[in-house]
Design a protein around this ligand. Structure first.
Ligand SMILES: CC(C)(COP(=O)(O)OP(=O)(O)OC[C@H]1O[C@@H](n2cnc3c(N)ncnc32)[C@H](O)[C@@H]1OP(=O)(O)O)[C@@H](O)C(=O)NCCC(=O)NCCS
Length: 181
């Protein structure tokens, strides 16, 4: 994937040299309490990125893209994408922003661009998100993008020692395109 440019952002595959910036906000347990991945060290992030495929042709691997702010070239967050199912035609997405850069519409802008890319360029069939019901900012974000709530699963996900609920949101290509996006 070539870097994707939006009005205020650049989105590209994470590189090993991004590790320190990613570790800084990803290791913030309070901010990311509903997230599965809290790296213990910069090295853990670097190792993950070093071994991560830099292509969208793989299934069942969380591909990390970074969100760079154009105005100062600063890494402000990341998006994870996992492809699965028939010919990798489905994708699960998630987004994490450094707390100083939340509340400015950056996550909405970045996710809209990547969903556009998945549907319009790669012709994927369905994009979905799995969200902890207590994660209100994430629920608002996915609803702002027009995803449909498809199910609320009771205690279906084991997160750090407890069973937690999981809400699945999704949108199909024809719906995204039909919505004029
Ligand atoms: C989930 C997460 C990325 C959402 O971030 P966010 O800042 O709420 O989302 P956005 O960047 O799209 O910002 C939207 C807010 O910016 C406001 N905003 C300000 N300027 C804006 C602009 N120019 N354009 C659009 N919105 C703007 C919007 O009104 C909205 O405010 P509101 O939440 O009060 O309604 C963030 O909370 C996060 O990183 N959480 C921790 C990680 C996590 O749990 N991720 C979910 C995994 S599935």
């Amino acid at each position: 994937m070539n870097p994707i440019k939006t009005d205020r952002l650049i989105i590209r595959f994470a590189q090993p040299e991004d590790s320190e910036a990613i570790y800084y906000y990803r290791s913030d347990f309070i901010e990311n309490k509903y997230q599965g991945w809290h790296p213990d060290s910069v090295e853990e992030v670097r190792e993950y990125i070093k071994h991560m495929p830099q292509t969208f042709d793989v299934a069942d691997v969380c591909l990390q893209l970074v969100i760079i702010r154009l105005i100062d070239n600063r890494l402000i967050g990341d998006m994870g994408i996992i492809f699965s199912n028939h010919d990798n035609m489905q994708a699960e997405i998630g987004c994490t922003l450094h707390k100083h850069f939340q509340g400015k519409g950056y996550a909405t802008e970045a996710l809209k661009a990547i969903v556009d890319y998945l549907f319009l360029s790669l012709k994927k069939h369905r994009v979905m998100a799995s969200i902890d019901p207590r994660n209100t900012s994430s629920l608002q974000l996915i609803e702002r993008l027009g995803f449909r709530k498809e199910g609320h699963f009771k205690e279906s996900y084991f997160l750090r020692g407890e069973w937690v609920d999981d809400i699945i949101y999704a949108i199909l290509r024809r719906e995204w395109v039909g919505n004029g996006r």
